[in-house]
Design a protein around this ligand. Structure first.
Ligand SMILES: Cc1ncc(C[n+]2csc(CCOP(=O)(O)OP(=O)(O)O)c2C)c(N)n1
Ligand code: SF4
Length: 294
């Protein structure tokens, strides 16, 4: 009998030849490295992985990964990723992007991706700002924040402070009914990587909010280091109401798995309909309808 040897992969097997173009110190480096590490942990074959992004600094991530990848139109990573998964359910499909890409222009896609529970992972690199377009406020920029634009070549975008109330994106996905949601911080890359492993192995739509500071236009790095904390002792990730309460707690960024729920995916449901439609009694019923109409 021929013995099949399992290939053990390392980070170098997932790193592409393209070097990241992010600013030195950008949180996105840790988000990327944590993803390489999660791929190693799961020993994924690069040919079976697709990473899809929209537009933004965060949207560049697929270029730095040696799996299949797509860098699509601003705000359209989710519908593209869903299409890829539906077309080939064998693939591991990951959508990535910024808070602006995902919750401003792309915000209308999130509830429907969650409802359909398609088995993909969505990583939102949340820096509470638009990085690529040089520091405009994003949907997650805190209200009253003034110092968003610090480029000498451009004026401050909101010199009197942001007037809009920020979106609580974790609270949103939890109330939409997401089947898996977690939060991590790029300052704790090993924890982030463990969350990715959980998200990638979850059966259904998984959401990871990766807090990833933009050191150039809105440097929250030091503040967030003191704000992040673990989930409360004895936290129950099957209790969605507690998860929502925790997400609304603004004094601390709790990091860990907020909610985890086992429910059928869109793939499970469509496969079961396909199976049922093949049963002899169904085929006989269809045959008799066809005969009755002539
Ligand atoms: C249809 C369209 N509108 C606007 C833009 C300009 N634009 C490019 S990236 C971006 C926002 C990026 O912010 P975010 O998604 O938070 O990502 P980051 O750069 O911070 O990682 C905007 C408004 C665009 N490329 N296409
Ligand atoms: S502008 Fe901000 S988000 Fe973009 S690469 Fe630089 S630090 Fe990162």
């Amino acid at each position: 009998m021929t013995e099949v040897l399992e290939i053990k992969r390392a980070v170098k097997d997932y790193r592409s030849e393209v070097k990241p173009t992010w600013c030195p110190g950008c949180g996105d480096f840790a988000v990327l490295n944590a993803l390489y590490k999660a791929f190693v942990t799961l020993n994924l074959d690069p040919k079976d992985v697709v990473v899809v992004s929209g537009i933004g600094c965060s949207g560049r991530l697929p270029e730095f990964v040696s799996t299949y990848g797509m860098h699509v139109v601003h705000g359209r990573a989710l519908p593209t990723a869903l299409g890829v998964k539906v077309a080939n359910p064998e693939l591991t499909v990951i959508a990535v992007g910024g808070d602006g890409d995902g919750f401003a222009i792309g915000g209308g896609h999130v509830p429907h991706a969650v409802r359909r529970n398609v088995d993909i992972t969505y990583i939102v690199m949340d820096n509470e700002v638009y990085g690529l377009t040089k520091g405009q406020p994003s949907p997650t920029t805190p209200a009253g924040m003034k110092a968003v634009q610090n480029s000498s070549s451009m004026p401050k975008m909101a010199p009197w402070g942001i007037m809009d109330t920020p979106l609580n994106i974790m609270g949103m996905v939890l109330t939409y009914g997401v089947s898996f949601a977690a939060r991590g911080f790029s300052g704790k890359p090993n924890d982030l990587s463990e969350l990715y492993v959980k998200a990638l192995t979850h059966k259904g739509f998984s959401f990871v909010q990766a807090m990833s500071p933009c050191v150039t236009f809105y440097d929250t790095y030091q503040d967030w280091k003191t704000l992040v904390g673990p989930m409360p002792e004895g936290y129950d990730s099957t209790d969605r109401f507690s998860a929502i309460q925790l997400a609304m707690t603004e004094e601390l960024f709790h990091c860990g798995v907020f909610v985890e729920e086992d429910r059928p995916t869109l793939g499970d449901l469509t496969r079961s309909i396909a199976e049922r439609s093949k049963s002899p009694s169904r085929l006989a019923a269809i045959q008799s309808i066809l005969e009755s109409v002539g």
